[in-house]
Design a protein around this ligand. Structure first.
Ligand SMILES: [Zn+2]
Length: 386
């Protein structure tokens, strides 16, 4: 039997034409370059903030004594400038690259609105987190344990509230109106014991022509969301996708992901404990003590260094979850042809990298298309099941 936690060897050439593989590469390559440039710019920005003592100087303008005022100044200043330096690359991606490939349907007005909403949301979420963390730092040496607990509680709360509080800021959600499809899909969910009022349709087409679906929330907020672009596909294909999303719920993947985040963020806070008490680093940043929120850029350096490393573990876990959800979809729909059509269609329409390098592979949240198709083939041969 197949182990879903291991990579399944697969040959893209068995499932895709060389032209399809090449086209996806041609689309993906400039995006990879853009990501590398963005990473370099952000790293240079962080280094500049630290070595020019920008944070303490900026905080001094507002207050030299109140740590709360200093914290607001540093977080707002950092978020606004940090957000602005990413704008040129986002503009290029949205209005040049994605338009050229026929994906982007974004308007300048929509783009500006998204950027502003993202900025405000970023501040609303970050300020209480930083306030909490610095209150603990100023109060106790065990701040890193309390900080971690706060961070974890917040992540769980966000995962719970995402469908009702965050997602509607950026998109409109309406219950699926196609009655025969709706009946088919809710029957599929109900048969697995998943009680949902409706399948939600998201107006993704206001930004992109790409199609997708996802599952989010838990308990009372759980929902399955289809991109409106997906509705032009056959009912069998949509059922296969919804079967996959039900699999994520049934196998409690969100809970497992949260528990694994608890472990990885604990390691992150252990690292932060050392970083923020490292006097040389504080000296470089022009901060006399970590009790001063002007040390926040050091914390952000810690996040920036640790997250990609810890992210390798969550990507590995996510790929296993995706394999399990694929097998689940095959089991509940018992429709191999629809599975192949779904996987083949989604990946070629959206120009997903069909033959990723190993370096790209280890950071993927989903196994590459050929691997998923290979898993389907093993399921058909009776060699893989959930
Ligand atoms: Zn999935």
């Amino acid at each position: 039997m197949i182990k879903t936690y291991r990579r399944i060897p697969a040959d893209p050439a068995e499932w895709f034409e060389p032209a399809e593989v090449a086209k996806a590469k041609e689309y993906q390559r400039p995006l990879t370059v853009a990501r590398a440039i963005s990473l370099a710019i952000n790293a240079a920005f962080l280094a500049a903030i630290i070595f020019t003592h920008a944070a303490p100087r900026f905080a001094d303008v507002f207050s030299k004594s109140s740590w709360i005022v200093r914290l607001f100044a540093v977080v707002i200043g950092f978020t606004v400038v940090g957000g602005l330096i990413d704008v040129p690359i986002s503009v290029w991606t949205t209005f040049s690259h994605e338009k050229k490939w026929g994906f982007s349907t974004e308007t300048p007005g929509g783009f500006v609105a998204d950027q502003l909403k993202g900025l405000v949301l970023g501040l609303v979420l970050q300020i209480p987190l930083f306030l909490g963390t610095w209150a603990f730092i100023r109060w106790t040496k065990l701040w890193w344990i309390y900080g971690w607990a706060t961070f974890f509680f917040f992540t769980g709360l966000l995962a719970f509230l995402y469908p009702i509080l965050i997602a509607p800021i950026f998109n409109k959600f309406t219950p699926l109106t196609d009655e025969s499809l709706g009946t088919k899909l809710t029957a599929l969910a109900n048969a697995q014991g998943m009680r949902i009022k409706s399948i939600e349709v998201m107006d993704a087409s206001k930004r992109t022509r790409k199609d997708n679906a996802y599952f989010s929330g838990f308990g009372k907020t759980k929902q399955i969301v289809l991109f409106d672009n997906l509705l032009s596909q056959s009912h069998d294909v949509i059922a296969s996708i919804v079967g996959h999303e039900i699999g994520h719920w049934k196998r409690r993947h969100l809970v497992t992901a949260l528990l694994s985040a608890a472990v990885t963020t604990f390691l992150l806070f252990v690292a932060l404990r050392f970083l923020l008490t490292w006097t040389t680093l504080l000296h470089w940043a022009g901060v006399s003590s970590i009790k001063d929120p002007a040390a926040i850029p050091i914390l952000i350096v810690g996040f920036a260094v640790c997250f990609p490393v810890l992210g390798l573990f969550s990507s590995w876990l996510s790929r296993a979850h995706e394999r399990q959800a694929d097998l689940f979809a095959l089991d509940v729909t018992d429709d191999y042809d629809a599975f192949v059509e779904t996987e083949h269609g989604l990946s070629t329409r959206n120009l997903i990298d069909l033959a990723p390098s190993w370096w790209r592979y280890v950071r993927l949240s989903h196994p590459p298309p050929a691997e998923r198709l290979e898993l389907g083939k093993l399921w058909k041969a009776g060699r893989a099941t959930v």
